[in-house]
Ligand binder design. Structure first.
Ligand code: FES
Ligand SMILES: [Fe+2]
Length: 451
């Protein structure tokens, strides 16, 4: 069990909070590129508890600046996008993407007032369909060369969704392999050929057994957790019989992401980005190793649940997440429909805005969560004592973080340890883009090029 102080330490992300200082060492997803389309590319953004406004100027440069105007605090999200920046609608002060004030038009002619006026501003870069911001001090880190950043634009698709809870409990559902056997249980299996774009609905690699059947019938996974250079690797084993074992390999990507298989062709890299202490967005990049991603279909599927402009779920606390007692009796474990995003959302929001970890009771199946929290505390302490935390990369070591490998498939009960790596390596070698085989895995797997 945890004290209130410990829970506060690992959940709160304001500028002065120790975990907030850790989070400010990393690039954070601030918006989807899609959100800055249209005639007026200006969006209010709340990130790590800070109120900001994101815009694209006439030259195509992105700016992320403090939302309240440096003059007398009016809301720049309603500003006019013109003359090389964003102009406050109150007295016309104009700010560029660096936050520099360019004009104070109500001041007497020849006034120099604007020279020394600066709106707080953060660096923004575009990568794989997401606009990333760096809210920390000093030089930002380099991006790791993981698949979702290396794959071509045609093979990635980005989306996001709102969750009305603290970022940590949202992340922890992603490093909890046993919940899928309960929360996402379906009492009947669907035709796996209609599974495109959906998680846990296809067939497991190396078999025609639907994932829904495996999760339902083998509900006490053995969970192995290994520490890696990028966070944690989780291997969940469901032994089907003496010959066959279902293996699922997922990863915690430090600090607040995970990388998991979605289907045999795609992975999901997902971050749980704090809006403030009690709300977060998940941002996901879907990466395909085979054919280009059908972005239209992926977007349409997700827009059935999420409503623009805030990417909030149509099924939420206000309508009991669509709960139907008859459905819970007959077809799903939750009674909340077939979309597993709704299940996860209910699970993490129903804990309350910030889960009270002083009252929880953890078991063996929570071991990845326990290990992750230890790692998080350790890295928070590093930052507090002035050291760089893990995955704070520079250009020379960004290349060392590749992959990471994921897998969901049926392998041999004796020998699954190398089997899952072989499946991952074959998939990378078959990709039409250069998907690097992580060094650590290349050293352990010896497949001939023809295989
Ligand atoms: S408050 Fe923005 S220009 Fe006056
Ligand atoms: Fe889940």
């Amino acid at each position: 069990m945890m004290s209130q102080e410990q829970n506060d330490l690992i959940t709160r992300i304001g500028p002065k909070d120790p975990c907030g200082r850790l989070m400010r060492k990393y690039w954070q997803p601030a918006a989807l590129v899609d959100e800055l389309q249209g005639a007026r590319p200006v969006r209010p953004v709340k990130l790590l508890g800070e109120n900001l406004v994101l815009f694209r100027d006439e030259h195509g440069r992105y700016g992320l600046i403090e939302r309240h105007c440096a003059h007398r605090g009016a809301d720049l999200a309603f500003g006019r996008l013109e003359h090389g920046g964003l102009r406050c609608a109150f007295h016309g002060w104009l700010f560029d993407v660096s936050g520099q004030c360019l004009e104070t038009p109500a001041e007497p002619k020849g006034s120099n007032l604007c020279r020394n006026i600066r709106q707080r501003a953060y660096a923004v870069v575009e990568k794989s369909g997401i606009l990333w911001a760096y809210l920390g001090e000093g030089e930002p880190p380099a991006f790791a060369e993981i698949d979702c950043f290396v794959a071509p634009e045609s093979h990635t698709f980005a989306f996001k969704g709102h969750m009305n809870c603290n970022w940590l409990q949202a992340l922890e559902v992603g490093i909890d392999p046993s919940h899928a056997s309960y929360l996402h249980r379906f009492f009947e299996d669907e035709d796996t050929s209609t599974a495109y774009g959906k998680q846990f609905r296809g067939a497991s690699a190396g078999s025609d057994m639907p994932m829904t059947k495996i999760l339902r019938e083998y509900d006490r996974p053995i969970i192995n957790v290994e520490q890696t250079e990028y966070g944690l690797r989780l291997i969940a084993l469901r032994e089907l019989d003496a010959e066959r074992t279902h293996v699922r390999v997922t990863n915690q990507l430090f600090p607040h992401g995970f990388v998991i298989p979605m289907s045999t062709e795609m992975t999901i890299t997902q971050w749980h980005v704090p809006i403030d202490d009690e709300n977060c967005y998940w941002y996901a990049i879907f990466t395909s190793y085979t054919t280009p991603v059908d972005k239209k279909k992926m977007r349409e599927q997700r827009l059935e649940l999420y409503e623009l402009p805030d990417y909030k779920s149509r099924k939420n606390k206000s309508n009991d997440y669509g709960f139907d007692a008859q459905e819970q009796l007959r077809s799903t474990y939750t009674g909340m429909g077939a979309d597993i995003n709704v299940h996860d959302q209910w699970a993490v929001e129903s804990m309350g805005p910030i889960q009270d970890r002083t009252k929880e009771h953890l078991g063996q199946s929570d071991k990845a969560i326990v290990q992750y929290r230890r790692l998080l505390r350790q890295e928070i302490e590093k930052v507090a004592s002035g050291e760089p935390p893990m995955l704070f990369l520079d250009a020379s070591n960004a290349r060392s973080i590749q992959g990471p490998a994921t897998m969901d498939g049926i392998g041999p009960t004796q020998g699954w340890e190398t089997f899952w790596m072989e499946v991952d390596v074959k998939r990378r070698r078959g990709a039409p883009w250069v998907a690097p085989v992580p060094e650590e895995i290349a050293a352990k797997v010896h497949l001939s090029a023809a295989e």
